[in-house]
Structures are given as C-alpha cells and as structure tokens.
Design a protein around this ligand. Structure first.
Ligand code: WT7
Length: 659
C-alpha cells in the first residue's frame, strides 16, 4: 500500500429524492434502504440465505450459506446446486416473459435484430447441444473472442448451460494477449468470429486466433468455432475450425441444463494488476448470479416494462454482469450495441435511446466526457436535440465521474428527472458494491454514495486503523459477499497477497483510495497501486513496461499515468533505448514503432499517448525508479519535490520532450 490520499471534499450540492422513481421503486425511500441494510448487517447469513432461496432456482437446495473456515477463500451456498443458464432462461419459459423481447441488437450499421426469451433459450440450447456433441463438458474451459453480438451472449450462456467455464477476451486485445489467456486457463475450445464491425470498419478477429494458436502452449485447443459476421476471407484449419452455422445445423432446441455446485467457476476474466501478468479473476455460479440479479433490482430498479441498456462490451465484467447474466436473470428487455458512440455521429447514443425508448441507460464517464466535447463543438449532436423522455434512470461505471461531467449527464441526458447511479465496483467484486439506490439515495455529484445491503465497507490507514470522515485512506470491504472473487485462477497465493495482505487485517483490499464525508458518503480517489484507468479500462503500468522492454530497441522503460480530461488517465512512457537518445524525425519514427508494438503485444488501448526518450531514468542511489517524479514530469509541471536522493538529476531535463 502506498501513502494515504488526502483531499478536501468541497461538493455541497444534493439532488433528489426522485419521486417519479421512488413511488414504485423496489427500494423506496431511505428508510426502506436502511431497513434492508440493517437486516443484512444484523444477520448476514440469514439475509443472503433468504435472498438466495427466494431469487434463484436450485436443483439441490443449499444447507450452508457462508463457509469461512478456509478464509479468505470464502464459499457461498457451497452444497447447493443450480444451473446459471436455467436461472436466466428456463425460469421464464412458462411465464409471460417467454414471448417478451430479451435482446434488441443494433448493429454498427444501424440494422436491428430482436430475440425473445423463448428464441434465446432455443439458440442457447442448440449451441449447448453442438458443444456437447463435440465432446465438451462440465469442467472444460473455453475462450470466447467475439464481437458484441447476440451470439456472444448465446456462447456464454451455452457454456454456462454445460458447466464449461468461459473466459471472454475483449475483441480489442491482441493475439499475444489472447495466447496468454488461452494458455493460462488451459482452454480446449475457442469461439470467435471472422471479423467485427466497429465505427464503419471491419476489424479481423480470426487471424488473431490463428496466430495465438500457432504459438506454443495452446495445443490443447481442439476446435475453433467461427461465427460468420462479415463473410471475409479467412484462413481455415481443417479439422480444427468449424463454422458456427454448421455446428448448429440440425441440433435440437432443447438441452438439459447441467447442475453444478454453487461454487463451480462460471467464468474467469482477466484484469490488470500491479505486476506484468494479468490476473484471472475466478467467479462462482450461485453467489455471482444472486448478486447480479439483486443489483439489477436494487441499483437499476428493473421492472417488466423497462428497456435496459448497458453500453459496455461483453469482454469486460460490466458486460458479463449487466448484459450476459443480470438482465436475463431478471427477465428484462435489453439493448445491445455492436458499434461505438461516435459512429456515424456522436449523437448515436441519443438516437438509440430515442429509437428504442430506452428507460435505463448505463455508460462510462469516458464516453460521457467525449460526448460533452462533441456536443459542444456541434449543437446537432447535443442530447437536447433528441427525445430522451423515456429515460428514468441513468448510470455511470468504470472510473470516478467528475462533478462537471456528472452535472452535464444529469442535466442534459437525465433532464434533471433521472437519478444518476454512480456505481463503484470491480472485476473482482462481480457486482455493484457502492451505489445510490435510484428511489432512495439523495445524490451528490461525484460520489458513489453508500454501500448496498449486505456490504460493509471501511476506509483504513497503513496500519489498518479506520480513518475519520474527511480523511483519505484505503477502501476495504469488511465482510465477504456472494459475488466476490473466489481466487486468481491457478494462483491462490497471489489472490491472498493481492486482496488480503496482512496490513488489511482480514478485510478485502480493493486497491482504491477513498474518503467518507460527514454523511458517510464515499468519494473514490483513484487507484493506490500501479494500475491506470484509461477510458474506464484497467491497465497495469508493469504490463506496458514489459511490452516495451520486449522490443529489440528498448533497454528500459517506465510507464505512468497522466490525468486526461477525456480518458481519465493517459499512458506516458519513459524509454531508454539501447542506442543514443534519438531526436526529431528519428525519435518520432521510433515512437511510432513502439506504439504499434505495444498495440500488438497488448492491444490498442495500451498504446502510450506520449513517449519520452532519455539516456537513463530518474533513479534513487539504490537504483529504484522514482515514479512519483515521473508523474510530475509527465504532467509538464515543475518539480517541487526533494530530488536530493536522486542519483542523476540531470536526466529530468531530457525527459520533457514527448513524441
Ligand atoms: C476499478 C475497477 C466496475 C466495472 C468496470 C471496471 C474504478 C470503477 C468506479 C466508480 C470511481 C470506479 C476503480 C476500481 N472504478 N467504478 N463508479 N467510481 N472509480 O472494472 O476494470 O475491474 O476496474 O475501476 O478504480 O478499482 P475494473
């Protein structure tokens, strides 16, 4: 843990309650929230046990709610059995939901496709049968590398139906990242597409799979199932590659769901940590699904009549919990979007809200900030030009939302009538942890407000002591919760070290700095480790550094984040080459090569915004890179810190020019 973060909270505006939402909300008013919160706090096991019995369908009921005997490897509902896909689809079959639209899919080019719950069920069953006939079964691991599509949801659900643990890899990740994940999970199956369509462009996917599987360590992969999205010409490996439409041919539209233990790993999702190697966050079946479903109700107040839209990609946890699982378990109608917010124009989101009469809209601060800029430069793209009256709740996720962006979102998108739910959570938490409840919690712009029922948080200092209100510290979660990370796949020691270090005294250490104000509202101050948040995506500085030093020209590299008004943070890389410091055109050319290299090693999101060359990096006499100094240098600010411990102060002058 690094030093505590202190900053003074000055925000005094409060909005709400919102009567329009509160009047028939699942949790209506602060008294109802407190009652639920206290019920959980007084009897954690009783509370979660009741929720799990009332909200999930169990093929074998559990007798034990929480097992703490092997802490911090907590288990929930461990002797119960269920099937996640049956809890998302089959449960609706004999109800009016069966013929309700499950997904309204809007393609990049605007074409709309819809499926009902019954149709989705049949598609999932057909694919599950196909996978079964290829020999895949419970306990196997698959990699899903698909674009935003109904097929992606079908693939995830089909795996869940058979007890195959999936690991979705975001389509923006490179073949190298894909290879790493494929090996780490020990995948035997890959499901992908020929290409994806984003922003009017076709972007190949299958070639990255071919490349990943040509590298050693992935020999266990028996099949690559390919969804034909664009019809592009692609290389084909006979015996291994299969078209999705071919494997579905003739498959029956019913497939018995395979009951799994509540702790059975539903998925593994990789996320950046403070070392070079991404962590495979392992999630459960029962506890995960329970929280996914409950937060649909608590945070989004989901109703039968809602049209829910989460703009995240299924490659991130937000797309798992609030596209592939939560909305389906809740029987909701949701919008799914293939494209990007700026194509064909930056009014795309507003047009889509209007066209599909979206009622709950959930997006990231990065998108909001870029759309603010776009609508300021062209009035035609401003949300006021569109009919957004269908909206009743708007949400934010992925990074702190600055009060100005919050106010714009609230005023121009929510028209001051929709509560903004600023949801704080992580890949590891599986579902929302801190968030307003739309029919209850008064809002303060920039605060994710209060913990959900069943969640007890704390803010502690380096010695594990609770800090008083108004003082910064480390955010911890004090009690286990059902959708929490179970372990890091294949690395339980790293799980313990990362999330339950001795300093945190048995609490879950989130990795974020935070403080509470006098009302107990939580304000997130950003990461406390070497993890950046670029456009709402987590990126380890070490990962980018490892990628850079793997380039033949690079001797040493240090990567830091710089605050950025659109992307939250931007990657700035300080690089020492194995040759003299380049200047002018040569420097620009090498910077371009390095940027492309990082794009290939990790993915385009990791490309450094700026590269700065020096003959060395600022180091202490003991040889430690002084990152705090580099952060100041990256912001082009004058150094006010003490540099007396610096071995080579002259180096700082070299590092001011960026390419
Ligand atoms: C990190 C987790 C949660 C799904 C998407 C990101 C930051 C997330 C907020 C928020 C302030 C936030 C934190 C957290 N973060 N939501 N509402 N306010 N910060 O998941 O990639 O696992 O990243 O994102 O720093 O630790 P993730």
């Amino acid at each position: 843990m690094s030093s505590a973060i202190d900053s003074v909270m000055t925000e005094t505006r409060v909005f709400g309650p919102f009567e329009r939402v509160a009047k028939d909300a699942h949790v209506s008013g602060m008294d109802a929230y407190r009652a639920l919160y206290d019920e959980a706090a007084d009897d954690l096991e009783g509370f979660w046990g009741r929720q799990a019995r009332e909200n999930l369908i169990w093929s074998k009921p559990f007798t034990k709610v929480l097992n703490e005997s092997n802490a911090p490897f907590y288990t929930w509902f461990e002797d119960g059995e269920l099937n996640v896909s049956a809890n998302c689809l089959d449960r609706h079959l004999n109800t009016p939901v069966a013929n309700k639209t499950a997904i309204i899919f809007e393609a990049d080019d605007g074409q709309v496709t819809q499926v009902t719950y019954k149709e989705l069920y049949e598609r999932v069953c057909k694919l599950a049968n196909a996978l079964k006939s290829l020999g895949y079964k419970k306990g196997d691991r698959s990699i899903i590398y698909l674009p935003m599509s109904i097929e992606a949801v079908v693939a995830m659900q089909a795996c869940a139906r058979l007890g195959i643990t999936h690991s979705v890899v975001f389509g923006g990740f490179s073949s190298k990242s894909l290879h790493e994940r494929c090996m780490d999970v020990g995948a035997t199956l890959v499901i992908t597409a020929d290409e994806q369509k984003r922003g009017g462009r076709n972007i190949p996917l299958k070639p990255a799979v071919d490349e990943a599987l040509s590298m050693p360590g992935t020999e266990a992969v028996r099949h690559v199932i390919v969804y034909r999205r664009t019809g592009a010409d692609i290389a084909w490996k006979e015996g291994r590659d299969l078209w999705l439409h071919d494997v579905l041919e003739g498959q029956p539209a019913e497939c018995e769901p395979v009951a799994v233990g509540a702790e059975h790993p539903l998925f593994i999702l990789y996320t950046s940590g403070s070392t070079g190697k991404p962590k495979g966050v392992q999630h459960s079946s029962g506890g995960y699904l329970l929280s996914a479903l409950l937060t649909m109700r608590w945070t989004f107040d989901i109703k039968d009549s809602d049209i829910f839209w989460c703009t995240a990609d299924v490659g991130w946890v937000t797309g798992h919990t609030y596209i592939a699982y939560g909305p389906l378990a809740a029987g909701a109608t949701q919008i799914m979007f293939e494209g990007v917010p700026t194509y064909p124009t930056p009014a795309r989101f507003w047009q889509m809200i209007e066209r599909h009469k979206c009622t709950i809209f959930y997006t990231a601060p990065t998108a909001i900030r870029s759309l603010i800029k776009a609508s300021e430069s062209n009035d035609e793209h401003h949300p006021k030009k569109f009919d957004l009256t269908s909206l009743r709740i708007i949400g934010s996720v992925g990074e702190p939302i600055n009060p100005e962006a919050w106010m714009w979102y609230f005023t121009h998108v929510g028209r001051e009538r929709c509560p903004v739910v600023d949801t704080w959570w992580q890949t590891e938490t599986g579902s929302h942890i801190l968030t307003p409840l739309p029919g209850a919690t008064p809002l303060k712009p920039g605060s994710c407000t209060l913990p959900l029922p069943g969640i007890e948080i704390g803010i502690i200092d380096e010695s594990g002591e609770e800090v008083p209100p108004g003082k910064g510290g480390f955010l911890v979660i004090k009690k286990p919760w059902p959708s929490m990370i179970r372990t890091i796949w294949g690395d339980p020691e790293r799980f313990k070290k990362s999330y339950f270090p001795p300093e945190a005294k048995g609490y879950y250490l989130a990795g974020d700095g935070a403080q509470r104000d006098k009302d107990g509202y939580v304000w997130i101050m950003g990461r406390i480790d070497d993890v950046l948040n670029v456009s709402g995506h987590r990126l380890g500085t070490m990962e980018v550094e490892s990628a850079l030093v793997a380039h033949e020209l690079v001797a040493e590299a240090a990567v830091v984040g710089r605050p950025d008004s659109t992307t939250g943070e931007a990657v700035v890389a300080f690089v020492v080459l194995k040759r003299p410091v380049p200047q002018g055109d040569e420097a620009a050319e090498i910077a371009r090569q390095l940027r492309d290299w990082v794009g290939k090693e990790i993915g385009p999101i990791a490309k450094p915004r700026e590269i700065r060359f020096g003959e060395n990096l600022p180091k202490t006499r003991s040889g430690k890179i002084m990152r705090r100094l580099l952060r100041v240098v990256a912001q082009n600010e004058t150094i006010t810190q003490d540099v007396s411990t610096l071995e080579n102060p002259a180096i700082l002058d070299q590092l001011t020019k960026s390419y």
